[in-house]
Design a protein around this ligand. Structure first.
Ligand code: NDP
Length: 253
């Protein structure tokens, strides 16, 4: 389905990003996976076997690193035709306890990082006859998440960016969509369980149960479930799906 296409997945060495990268590579794409930890990326590429995943160290909060990194990837594997801005941090803090450094860290990673990733990918994608951008947002891009105003604002912003782009490129062979998962079984949930357990004075198991209860079907979502939705948006038959924020949350958010 994606034979010969170059895909870029930020945060592609772990969790949801890795599941997406593997799914895209499974359809024949050459996938550049990025993140800040070289070892994690190298291990992910080695485990995939078959040579479909290509590690690239790139901090999405650094504009120059994103520009240089994507230029290098384009030189090695051709224009980016599938762009998956997925790198993100999910940390909660009451707004009255949110200092500017915390706010900036969340925005720099989740919103500015996606902006630079998409802009730099578009430079090469625009010269081709086909392209897909699928951002990994969150249910927090659709509704407010208690105790996480900065995260909520960053993911609402990300969906706004996608919707704006979908209007800019109407009628052209490029689509821009977002997927909005509920709680997915990744490191983010494990880290959140620890943080909630400290904050709320409950056990890590109880904290995990609190997150499971937020998903409408009362279970954590598997990273592969998100990957399959992304694959559909990058495959044949979804050409008319554009500017959407697709909920993957077990029920309507
Ligand atoms: P992970 O923590 O496994 O993934 C986050 C990835 O982003 C890591 O690979 C990390 O790599 C990368 N990353 C973080 N900061 C930066 C940075 N500054 N520069 C480059 N890469 C960075 O968790 P998930 O897989 O769960 O998260 C992926 C996305 O899914 C996030 O955007 C998150 O908001 C979203 N999401 C997650 C949900 C969940 O319940 N798990 C629910 C809804 C949305 P490294 O640390 O090596 O840089």
């Amino acid at each position: 389905m994606l034979e010969g296409r170059h895909a870029l997945v930020t945060g592609g060495g772990t969790g949801i990003g890795l599941a997406i990268a593997q799914a895209l590579a499974g359809q024949g794409a050459q996938v550049t996976i990025t993140g800040r930890r070289a070892e994690v990326l190298k291990d992910a590429a080695a485990q995939a076997g078959g040579g479909g995943l290509h590690p690239l160290v790139m901090d999405v909060t650094d504009e120059a690193q994103v520009a240089d990194g994507i230029a290098q990837a384009v030189q090695a594997r051709g224009p980016v035709q599938v762009c998956i801005p997925n790198a993100g941090i999910a940390e909660g803090r009451a707004l009255h306890k949110t200092d500017t450094a915390f706010w900036r860290r969340v925005m720099d990673t989740n919103l500015d990082g996606a902006f630079w990733t998409i802009r730099e990918s578009l430079h090469s994608m625009r010269g081709t006859g086909w392209g897909r951008v699928v951002a990994v947002a969150s249910i927090a891009g659709i509704r407010g998440l208690a105790g996480a105003s900065a995260y909520t604002a960053s993911k609402h912003g990300l969906i706004g960016l996608i919707r704006g782009l979908s209007e800019d490129y109407l009628g052209q062979p490029f689509t821009f969509n977002a997927v909005c998962p509920g709680y997915v079984d990744t490191e983010i949930v494990s880290r959140n369980a620890d943080a909630i357990s400290t904050r709320a004075g409950v056990s890590a198991d109880e904290a995990r149960a609190m997150m499971v209860a937020q998903n409408r079907h009362q279970r954590l979502i598997a990273p592969d479930e998100v990957a399959r939705a992304v694959l559909w948006l990058c495959g044949p038959g979804s050409d008319s799906v554009n500017g959407q924020a697709i909920e993957i949350a077990g029920g309507r958010v």
